[in-house]
Write a protein that binds this ligand. Structure first.
Ligand SMILES: Nc1ncnc2c1ncn2[C@@H]1O[C@H](COP(=O)(O)OP(=O)(O)O)[C@@H](O)[C@H]1O
Ligand SMILES: [Mg+2]
Length: 225
């Protein structure tokens, strides 16, 4: 993997925790400082991954948890290869709404597949790219019903029990995953935005942050084919 001189930042959290709201505010603030920012999302961020998104979020689809995880990972591989890595190689900031931690929280924990399988597939699908910073917005489950509702997608249609598992998983993961900051998603929008800016600014001022581990393959030999 060629050296990545950009900075990869991820916004995570349960549905309606304010990811899109804060991502927009952050992108605007960084661009206002003359920085080059790619704003993207998962599942999505490329033509193929947006097509996979439509399948994943379609309430008419019945999807086994393992198929669900694999679809997210398929979209992630394309997104990472086609959108994120080229931007990081070009020295840009990439801000993605959701990335690997979402698979740990939703499929690994809430769907019950286990963190092991989700971590393994994350590592493969991300080409071992690790975000420089993951911001996790935390809201208590009942907040979901207090925030404005449009038409709910397949994941949002899961009940309160599922959402509670997701929120708890994010809180737990925030304590153990490196490079993660847990933030109170119930703060007023601008107050939360200022907090986020204070965390992000030092990272984007410094040049050439280490974003990625070396590519997989050499060293570990799972067997020839
Ligand atoms: N800090 C906040 N306090 C109250 N409501 C918020 C806040 N941030 C976002 N919202 C509202 O909550 C809803 C979900 O926000 P959104 O940014 O779309 O969340 P997500 O992208 O995480 O699903 C929107 O209607 C948005 O206007
Ligand atoms: Mg959103």
């Amino acid at each position: 993997m060629r050296q990545l001189t950009g900075t990869f930042i991820v916004m995570e959290g349960p549905d309606k925790s304010g990811k899109s709201t804060q991502a927009l505010l952050l992108v605007r603030a960084l661009r206002g400082r003359g920085l080059s920012v790619v704003h993207t999302r998962e599942p999505g961020g490329t033509s193929l991954a947006e097509a996979v998104r439509r399948i994943l979020l379609d309430p008419r689809q019945r999807i086994h948890p393992l198929s669900e995880l694999l679809l997210y990972e398929a979209a992630r591989a394309q997104h990472t290869h086609e959108t994120i890595l080229p931007a990081l190689r070009a020295g840009r900031i990439v801000l993605s709404e959701r990335y690997t931690m979402a698979s740990l929280a939703y499929q690994g924990c809430a769907r019950g597949l286990g963190l092991g399988v989700a971590r393994t597939l994350n590592r493969i699908a991300s080409f071992r790219l690790v975000p420089r910073l993951t911001l996790v917005l935390d809201i208590p489950e009942p907040e979901f019903d207090l925030r404005p509702r449009g038409r709910l997608d397949r994941i949002e249609l899961e009940g309160a029990r599922f959402r509670k598992k997701v929120a708890e998983a994010y809180r737990r993961l925030s304590r153990t995953e490196p490079g993660t900051v847990l933030l109170n998603g119930r703060l007023a929008r601008q107050k939360l935005h200022r907090k986020i800016l204070r965390i992000v600014e030092p990272l984007v001022k410094r040049l050439n942050p280490p974003n990625a581990r070396p590519p997989a393959g050499r060293g570990s030999r799972p067997g020839a084919c």
